[in-house]
Design a protein around this ligand. Sequence first.
Ligand code: BG6
Length: 478
Amino acid sequence: IPVDPFDLVIFGGTGDLARRKILPGLFRRYLSGQMTPESRIIGAARSEMDDAGFREMVADAIEEFGGPEKSEKAAIAEFLDKLAYVAIDAKGEGGWKELAGQMRDGVVRAFYFSVAPSLFGDLAERLHAHEIANSESRIVVEKPFGRDLETAKALNATLAGYFDETQIYRIDHYLGKETVQNLMAVRFGNVLFEPLWNNHYVDHIQITVAETVGVGGRGAYYDKSGAMRDMVQNHLMQLLCLIAMEPPSKFEADEVRNEKLKVIRALQPVDSHHIVRGQYDADGDSPSYRDDAENPRSFTESFVAMRCHINNWRWAGVPFYLRTGKKMKARASEIAVVFKDLGHSIFEGDEARHRNILAIRLQPNEGIDLQVTIKEPGPGGMRLIDVPLDMTFSEALGEEADDVTDAYERLIMDVIRGNQTLFMRGDEVEAAWEWTDPIIEGWNKRNDVPKWYDQGSSGPDDALMLMHRDGRRWRDIK
Ligand code: BG6
């Protein structure tokens, strides 16, 4: 369904995110007919460039990151025609009058702040001073949204000085992933799961976001963040919220966000014994984290694993194990709901432990599978085995699944539609920092040194121990 015509200004329009994700994503939305031909995209950045230069840059970006098919190439020229560029001085006056002149009445005005958060205030102020933004406009902001509670509060206050909360779209691209939304469909669209979704039936939940990439190329940013700020405070926390929240009464922005906020607020502070930090070591020619980060004395973590608890009626006593890391064995992200053992087995001689596990695979190979116990086929008697009831989207849905929209393009279309359901509200972000800050402060106070782990592994041994101590184990990363 096409969205309303828009003028989208991308501040930081020549930057990495714009080139990799935002602009190729918009091109795909254009191809699909969702971005209507009346819409326009205006790149705004510091570099001096004209419209033609910007279009050339975008054409290259589409070629490199959008992988257009031959049949789509003709459409590139049409799409480029919707683009313009304004060189802008975020802290001065240069370019603002020109930008104001580009804006049209009667279309949705959206502003993507794909720039350092230190510029948010300057941009917001000038958008208002030049009457470029109005009370209908929307702004999109990227993570990192602050680096602790204090800075996040300051950013929220700055934005609130110019925009209403209903105009602010804080992106967490994990919320735009197909399977993440499917998680809500599975939980709240089926009668099967919800009755079991509590501490009577669930033994524990595991959330893994494993990456094979290192931090090479973005070491300067990453070394000041670490896995806790870069991944846990936002992406993993959002996944945790969706899996643990109470059913909202409607699938609407504030209903969903109210429930997510309650989860974050119910998180118990994490005991230092229940958290493991790691840093990847060198491996032959492959540099260590410290080399990648160009900081030989860095204590920043490229891996973190922890056990969390949610102090509420539904989840009392159920551990949530979270882990994420760079340079791991495989790129694999999943959420696994591990159900409790049967109280009693009627099958004599069946000593094996059989467990139902609902695994939601976010990437790659998106899908959901439910491990169930069945009889091993054949005449061997009542022998039980565990098999997955597998719903791999590409198999179950065929061609439709090929059209899995990238998280960014989906979220940008939501901005134009004015749908905030998949965006973080200011109080959610603050609550997440409130929980994260003491963990990071604890490390800093103790001068905590991350444990080494081998590249291509599942993280440091201590992370395995974290679960072994509880008589549990991580699912294999594959
Ligand atoms: C980003 C982090 O938010 O998410 C990166 O800053 C990380 O460090 C990336 O690599 C992972 O996203 P995805 O979509 O590839 O899982």
